[in-house]
Structures are given as C-alpha cells and as structure tokens.
Design a protein around this ligand. Structure first.
Ligand SMILES: [Zn+2]
Length: 357
C-alpha cells in the first residue's frame, strides 16, 4: 500500500480521520507522548522526524500547568488552561520547522477537570473562528468513575461541541490501573480493570451518530511501570469488543479506534497484538520520563567535581565551571534520551517509516 502523505503542522478534522483509518489499514499505531515543556515537545518532534511518522503530543492537566509554570496559581483551573493554550501555540509554531504532522491532544480529564477541558475548548472555538481550525486536535474525557450511562451522556454533549469545530474525543471505558498524575488506581477492584464488550457497544451506539471518537479501554493495562502483579494484559478484550460491534452493525472488522494507556513497560509482542485489534494510539509517559532523566543523572554524576561551585574544580582552584553548568548541556542530553525512546515506540507500534513526510 502507498505511504500516507500528511502536511506538517497540527492535524485535525478530516485529515485526522484519514490518519486513524490509515493506521487501521496499515496495522500500525502512533505513540502519544506526554510533554511538560518545550524541551519534551522538541524531543518528540525530533523523534517523529527520524521515524518519518506523525506524532501525538499530549498534555495532562499537570503537564499543562507545568508548561505555563509552577509559579502560576491554578484557581479555577486558570493555570492549566493558560498553560494548555501556551503549549498548544508552541507546538503550532514549531511543528512545521521539524516538518512533522502532529495530533495535539490532552490526557485524562475526570469530572472535576471538565472546566479545564471546556476552557481549552472555548479557545479552540475562538481559534476555529479565526483560522478555520481548532487549537487542539482532540481531548480526552475520563469519566470512568461515573456510571456508564453518565459517562457516555456527558461525553456526548462535549463531543457535539467538539465536532462542530472539527475535533475528536477520546473516552475511557473501564479503569486503567496504576497511578498517574496524582490519580491512584493501584488498589481498585480487579473486575473494573477489564472493559466489557457490551460497554464498548453501548458507547459506540450512542456516540457514533454524533461525531468522531476513540476509546481508551481497560484490558489489564496499568499506568507506570511495576513488577508484574495479578493484573494480566489481555488484548483479546479489544478484539471481542470489535467483533461485538461488527456483528451487530455489519461494519468492517475494526469499527472502533482504541487507545492503549499505560504502554510503558509493555513487551513488543503485547503491543503488536493490541495494535492488530485496532489500537491507533499508545500513551507513553513513564518510559519517556525515565529516558529524559537518566542521561541527566549520568551527566550530573560524571560532572560532579565541576558542579559544586562556579569556580574551582579538579584542574585548579581558579578554573571556571561555566561550560559544565550551562543548563543547555544537560537539558539537551535529556531531550536526546527522550527522543531515542520515542523512536523506539514508533518501531514497537509499527509506524516507523510508514508515512511519507
Ligand atoms: Zn492514561
């Protein structure tokens, strides 16, 4: 099959639809990487350029706040909204320089974070009025703590608004295990960690008439990297859900676009199996955090004698340490480490080299 060609910059609307359809056809998925500032954005863009594939760049509420600065107070989610807008504008401004198409997205938003998503959505509506495109490609709502009916009902309302400005919604059905951004699901009832196919069918029936959406399903995936526990990754749950919908509606074999949360620490075989059942997006956070921090730790350890004062090191008491202290030196090592890990994610997901950029 021909490699898909996409324009550099933020991908939205029909182009995003075509991108996810292509991922299904080409049996590949894209890494969605959490970023917290321009350094991590640059790392993802460099990786996507090397992989010749589009990237998914996402901000959590905490990441959005951090993008704007921990110095900002967050009354009524103001810092998370302002940081989310600033981060998005940075991506819009720089993606073309890297020649990379980007799906711009936000991560988990439980009920208490709806005002954050709505604040960003207000901005996407203004952006759409000015430019004909939304600021973000998509947002995620994570209403998995609510009843299924309420989850889907609220999602439907937001999707209606998003659809009007060419945006896509990611919903969560079932609960991703582990702990992320202060939400700890590590002690939750085991049954909730596996999404039921009838729940996916229900969401599909309710949402597909409204607009375009993806589903983060729970199939034993966990946030963070832990020693193997009693939760077993079961990608067949995704296949069962696809089959249930295909049987009822006579669609093709992969009617749903799935999102794989908690991809860090998964084996390549597990990832490939999940992708074969219709995963188009896999979130990576813990592994890229590690990849950013590890080279910096090595640098700090190796350079330790040069980092105790601005002047004075093993070469002499009067020797300046300026070139060792410069944050660009170690920040770029972090960026390079992160970029290499994202390139690996493109390979694991089968999307490395599958696009013509
Ligand atoms: Zn997640």
């Amino acid at each position: 099959m021909n490699k898909m060609k996409l324009e550099p910059g933020v991908v939205t609307g029909a182009a995003l639809e075509a991108l996810f359809t292509y991922c299904h056809e080409a049996a590949c998925a894209l890494p969605a990487v959490n970023v917290v500032g321009s350094h991590s954005v640059n790392a993802v863009l460099a990786a996507a350029r090397e992989a010749s594939a589009p990237a998914i760049i996402q901000l959590s509420n905490g990441g959005a706040h951090f993008f704007g600065g921990k110095f900002l107070a967050n009354d009524e989610h103001q810092a998370e909204i302002a940081g989310g807008i600033a981060g998005a504008h940075y991506v819009h401004a720089i993606a073309k320089s890297y020649g990379v198409p980007v799906v711009l997205h936000t991560d988990h938003a439980a009920r208490k974070l709806l005002p954050w998503v709505e604040g960003l959505l207000d901005e996407s509506e203004r952006h759409h009025e000015r430019t004909g495109k939304p600021l973000y490609s998509s947002h995620m709502l994570d209403l998995s703590e609510e009843t299924l009916e309420e989850n889907v009902e609220i999602s439907k309302k937001i999707l209606g608004r998003m659809c009007a400005v060419d945006m896509t919604l990611e919903i969560e059905l079932g609960v991703t295990g582990g702990e992320e951004d202060g939400v700890d699901n590590s002690a939750i009832d085991n049954a909730l960690l596996y999404t039921q196919p009838q729940d996916v069918l229900y969401a599909y029936d309710q949402l597909s008439p409204v607009g375009s959406f993806t589903v983060a399903a729970a199939f034993g995936n966990t946030h963070g990297v832990y020693k193997p526990g009693n939760v077993v990754l079961t990608p067949a749950i995704l296949k069962n859900s696809q089959d249930a919908i295909a049987a009822k509606h006579g669609t093709g074999e992969k009617p749903v676009r799935f999102v794989f949360h908690g991809g860090s620490g998964s084996s390549t075989d597990e990832i490939r199996e999940a992708v074969s059942y219709g995963v188009v997006k896999m979130n990576v956070d813990t592994d890229t955090q590690w990849a950013f921090t590890q080279p910096i730790k090595q640098y700090m350890d190796a350079q330790d004698p040069y980092l105790h004062a601005q002047i004075g090191n093993p070469e002499g008491d009067d020797n300046p340490n300026k070139k060792h202290i410069d944050p660009r030196k170690w920040l770029h090592l972090g960026e390079q480490g992160m970029a290499a890990r994202v390139v690996q994610a493109f390979r694991d997901l089968g999307s490395f080299g599958k696009f013509a950029l």
